[in-house]
Ligand binder design. Structure first.
Ligand SMILES: Cc1ncc(COP(=O)(O)O)c(C=O)c1O
Length: 488
């Protein structure tokens, strides 16, 4: 290769990733454990389903059946499947199965559903109904609904399935055991589906909120790659005997899963299960200790403030508990936005899980160390206090907006529209019109506009302010949000 060619070619991904692995402090997923069993040589070990001796992941048979059975036992379920397309794929698998099991399926969910739930409901003609959302005013984050809000909504909307995202992206949970108990008593036929993408580790420590399976839910999905010790993309579906038709679910799994699943990813799920069974309590204690130290050190910095679980509980009666491996830092008094601080950290090879105008979200992974805390604090200390330049809050921003959004058309009806029944207009012109697209700011990937909802004056203003942030990442047909798709 000539020098000239080298200059033109970008660095290979392998090179970039190897450097990243050596030097980067990560307060983000994946949460991998350094001592877990690993496939020694991934390139040499990669095999396909042609290697029939191993059995088949989708049947399931052979080593895969054994791995699923062990996982079901470890995570408190009756059955488990391994997924190689994250919770996104698992949501599609479960929702497709439920739509086949129950005719004219109606699902009641909290508004903070992941975009994959919205997309699957659209594709499988599921009527997705929402409980009016609860959002923390100061932090602009979604909160769980109260149990009585959920029960009232069930009474009003008579769904066949209740879908709850628990924990939320920030690790907040409702009183799941109590909710399940009340539902079993009052609505014994209702299926309880817990979207537990952020809770793959919950089952293994008493210091964490209760897991969906332990609380008695019918089915849950988990991103084991997020906080459960598996490689990126790897997830699990767990369910109990009773209300879920296992045959239909396995059929959905076979139809929607790739016929070439990565055995490396599947092996990482089995290794994560083994690690959590043997040392789950110990590794979780470690990460909670690191989280506590990071909390403490950040709070010593002028103008930085960690939001505690008790503070959240005091402010919002719906907060029952929280996974404290996640740290929410209020940075409004620093004079800088979360976008700016995250950028400074990244310039110093410190990656945070998420950020917005007012806060940072740090996730403590299994392999974090005290040294990571020291490096992070050293960088944060370089931020000169600028309290006179306090970030001006725009209170009730998202809260007010999402509470007031009228649904004009059902999601599944918008999904049936033809291209000539939809048009693109400027954001201004969209006011009062019906959205023909989902708009999802990232992270955390929760759609703030769903097909069929009205573009109100307030949501348009919200999008204008969001699009001004240089680091904002929005999933929409026009990422700049200058134009949007509406129903003609
Ligand atoms: C609640 C929730 N569900 C599902 C997903 C998608 O998970 P995955 O990346 O495993 O596909 C996310 C991603 O952040 C999420 O926050």
């Amino acid at each position: 290769m000539t020098t000239k060619t080298r200059e033109i070619l970008p660095l290979p991904i392998t090179h970039t990733l190897n450097n990243h692995a050596r030097e980067t402090v990560r307060w983000c997923t994946p949460s991998l454990d350094n001592a877990s069993a690993r496939v020694i040589n991934p390139y040499e070990s990669d095999v396909s389903v042609s290697y029939q001796l191993l059995g088949f992941p989708s049947e399931p048979s052979g080593i895969f059946k054994k791995a699923y059975d062990s996982a079901a036992k470890a995570y408190g379920a009756d059955h488990t499947l391994f997924s190689v397309n994250g919770s996104t794929g698992s949501n599609f698998i479960v929702l497709r199965a439920l739509s086949k099991q129950i005719p004219n399926l109606r699902i009641l969910a909290q508004r903070n559903v992941h975009k994959s739930v919205v997309a699957a409901c659209e594709d499988y003609s599921i009527n997705l109904m929402f409980i009016p959302p609860r959002i923390d005013r100061e932090l602009q984050i979604f909160l769980p609904n109260t149990i009585s809000e959920i029960l009232n909504a069930i009474k009003r909307t008579t769904p066949q399935v209740l879908l709850i995202t628990n924990p939320t992206y920030e690790g907040i949970v409702l009183d799941l055991k109590e909710l399940v108990k009340r539902i079993r008593k009052e609505y014994p036929n209702l299926i309880i589906f817990i979207e537990e993408a952020w809770g793959a580790h919950l089952h293994f420590s008493k210091k964490l909120p209760v897991s969906a399976m332990e609380a008695g839910a019918d089915i849950c999905i988990q991103s084991t790659h997020k906080q459960g010790g598996a490689l990126q993309q790897a997830g699990m579906i767990h369910w109990k005997n009773g209300k879920i038709n296992s045959e239909i679910l396995r059929d959905s799994y076979r139809i929607l899963s790739t016929s070439s699943p990565s055995y490396i990813l599947l092996a990482s799920l089995d290794a994560a299960r083994e690690m959590m069974m043997q040392r789950g309590n110990q590794v979780i204690n470690h990460l909670l200790d690191i989280a506590q130290k990071l909390n403490y050190e950040i709070n010593l910095l002028p103008n930085f403030k960690v939001i505690t679980t008790s503070e959240l509980k005091e402010r919002n009666s719906s907060v029952f508990d929280r996974d404290e491996s996640k740290i929410i830092v209020d940075i409004t008094n620093t004079g800088f936005s979360g976008y700016q601080i995250a950028q400074l950290l990244e310039d110093n090879q410190i990656i945070v899980e998420a950020y917005n105008q007012y806060s940072l979200l740090l996730l403590v992974p299994f392999r974090s160390t005290e040294k990571d805390v020291e490096r992070t604090i050293a960088v944060l200390k370089t931020i000169k206090s600028a309290s006179d330049k306090k970030i001006k809050r725009q209170p009730k921003l998202l809260l007010k907006i999402l509470k007031d959004i009228p649904k004009i058309l059902e999601l599944r009806d918008v999904a049936k529209l033809l291209a000539n029944q939809i048009e693109r207009v400027t954001l201004d012109q969209a006011q009062g019109r019906t959205s023909a697209e989902n708009i999802t700011p990232y992270p955390p990937g929760i759609p703030t506009t769903i097909k069929g909802e009205e573009f109100t004056d307030k949501i348009i203003h919200y999008y204008i302010s969001l699009s001004k942030h240089p680091n904002s990442h929005i999933i929409a047909s026009d990422k700049s949000l200058k134009t949007v798709l509406v129903v003609k």
